[in-house]
Write a protein that binds this ligand. Structure first.
Ligand code: NG1
Ligand code: MG
Length: 564
């Protein structure tokens, strides 16, 4: 009995310590890194760039793949990603500057270099970074914008937190040399942007001695703010998993009522072991530059408007303050919970039944025909007054005023909302509110089912697991393609080849409109699968990166490695 009690206590302590564990710093990188050759290359390149100097530490920031739960993080719904074993490494050294050099440079500088020649080196002055106009980042094209966003985000938070003027002192006297060495495809839905931002934020917090008392989730939230500086209305999945990823575990990431991540073991089948394979369609997606209909921020806006229009149609109290489709659910069902004033602690069963109910409501209350901007404005600004007063009608407001009102009332807090609305008006784009809402509610439902499947399977060792997981993942893809219109021709081609090649599931991952697919492939079919995809897809391209197709398993989140 004593032994059992001691074991239980130890386990509980371990779980709690582990949960709040913020040990980002690991001693001795050679022990931790399997790819010694790459490390040696980084050290060599670093020396070449920065006058023979050696990195003092390295930060590893992984990419991620989303297993299921696409385009629902910004609607308040949980997602199911894992960090992967492709990453961006940052090699870092500090140099004290004083006297003439400091005068000439106006204090310390940040020298940022990339192993990839396509990404030009840049030198940034700390004082200028502190003063820079944050809005400039919204339309910046240089790759360094992600690192700059990390810098200004950290500067803004540290200037609020720090008790002394150590940051000012640091900026006046320190040069920071950073070499970025990434093996993560860009624009491929593997979150190279979040990897770049999270890695930069962590290295900056570390050199400014600000890591203490921050949990990984705190840092993830800061990284989300940074990504918004570059104009993406990110939902937060990427930064959360990049920061909190844990080897061997996928993560169930929830955003409501606050950011939380739970480790989930992915079930394995004894009789039919499988692996996750990622294949790049080689069509790069662009999330921020193109403001057309196939654009991330456009979907964020469609979902917001779908939420408000639905809330109004449901006659919800304070419908105009609804921001996400999740808010609609919570407000609609809140009344049913007498003893609590929120709808967050509900069981899986209840969650599923509420979501199914909402799918019906969307079918009945939202139009399946695309909405014009005018229609939406009419619907939302019409005050439902039978005796519409004549003054209102006479005073016909012009379009620009209506658009401004729409942005102010319903799109508050979103970056570049005005630009997107202007584009919608200019090109008479139509918004598919019903389809977007149907995708979101059905995908949220699939995520809950997927998690349940993982948990049940671990208990029962039911061998249908591959079939069940595959079914949910395939349905997720079809919903992304049909209701959310975020697939692409090349992605569809690749997906078909993967399915023909023996994958039991295959879906786009990340924002879509290009980028990668994630497939489930049974181990005994893996070799044939790879040959098939090589022959029927990649052989059609003149040049294919070495790692266009790779197997992956859940990896660790951001880590700092002290160089030996
Ligand atoms: P990618 O494709 O990695 O940029 C984007 C968003 C996610 C999520 C997915 C769609 C950012 C940084 N990332 O991922 O938050 O919404 O699309 O599920 O905004
Ligand atoms: Mg991204």
């Amino acid at each position: 009995l004593v032994v059992t009690v001691v074991c239980v206590i130890l386990t509980i302590t371990w779980v709690f310590v582990k949960k709040d564990d913020n040990v980002l710093v690991q001693e001795g990188w050679t022990k931790q890194m399997c790819d010694v050759k790459r490390m040696q290359e980084i050290v060599r390149m670093f020396g070449k760039k920065f006058e023979g100097s050696k990195p003092e530490f390295m930060v590893r920031s992984p990419g991620r793949v989303n297993i299921i739960g696409e385009h629902i993080d910004y609607c308040g719904y949980s997602v199911f990603p894992m960090a992967i074993n492709k990453d961006i490494m940052f090699a870092v050294s500090l140099q004290r500057v004083t006297g003439e050099t400091a005068k000439k440079q106006n204090g310390g500088v940040f020298r940022l270099s990339n192993k990839d020649k396509a990404f030009e080196d840049i030198t940034l002055n700390w004082q200028e970074l502190c003063k820079m106009d944050r809005a400039k980042l919204l339309t910046e094209k240089h790759w360094s914008k992600y690192v700059i966003a990390a810098c200004v985000g950290v500067i803004d938070i540290v200037s609020k937190r720090a008790q002394d003027d150590s940051m000012t002192e640091f900026f006046a006297t320190t040069d920071l040399n950073v070499l970025v060495h990434g093996v993560l495809a860009k624009g491929a839905g593997l979150s190279s942007s979040a990897a770049l931002i999270c890695g930069s934020v962590v290295l900056l917090l570390y050199v400014l001695d600000q890591l203490k008392n921050l949990t990984r989730t705190d840092i993830a939230k800061l990284c989300m703010e940074c990504e918004r500086y570059v104009g993406v209305n990110t939902g937060g999945m990427d930064q959360s998993i990049v920061m909190t990823g844990r080897r061997n575990f996928a993560k169930y990431v929830s955003f409501v009522p606050h950011l939380d991540t739970a480790d989930v073991l992915l079930p394995q089948s004894k009789n039919e072991p499988y692996v996750f394979v990622i294949c790049n369609s080689l069509a790069e997606h662009q999330l921020t530059d193109d403001l057309g209909t196939r654009n991330y921020n456009m979907r964020v806006i469609e979902c917001r408007l779908a939420a408000v229009v639905l809330a109004k149609a449901l006659k919800l109290k304070d419908w105009s303050t609804v921001q996400t489709l999740r808010d609609v659910q919570d407000r609609l069902f809140q009344a049913g919970h007498k003893n609590c004033n929120h709808n967050h602690d509900i069981s899986n069963e209840e969650m599923c039944s509420q979501l199914s109910g909402l799918l019906f409501k969307c079918m009945n209350l939202l139009d399946s025909e695309p909405y014009t901007l005018e229609q939406i404005e009419q619907e939302l600004f019409d005050n439902d007054n039978d005796n519409d007063n004549a003054n209102d009608k006479e005073e016909k407001q012009d379009d620009a005023k209506l658009d401004a009102k729409l942005s102010q009332l319903f799109l508050a807090g979103l970056k570049r909302a005005d630009d997107v609305v202007a584009k919608i008006r200019q090109h008479k784009f139509k918004l598919l509110l019903q389809q977007r809402a149907l995708h979101v509610y059905s995908e949220a439902l699939r995520v809950v089912q997927f998690r349940k499947l993982c948990e049940q399977h671990l208990e029962s060792h039911n061998d249908n697991v591959v079939a069940h997981m595959s079914d949910l993942m395939n349905k997720s893809h079809l919903s992304c393609k049909e209701q959310y219109d975020c697939s692409a021709e090349q992605l569809e081609l690749l997906r078909n080849v993967c399915l023909e090649g023996g994958a039991s599931a295959c879906r786009l991952t990340g924002a879509g409109w290009g980028g990668c697919v994630i497939g489930i492939v049974k181990c005994n079919k893996l070799q044939d699968f790879k040959e098939h995809v090589q022959k029927h897809f990649y052989a059609n391209f003149p040049s294919v990166p070495l790692d266009a197709m790779f197997e992956t398993s859940p990896a660790d989140g951001v880590c700092i490695f002290k160089t030996e």
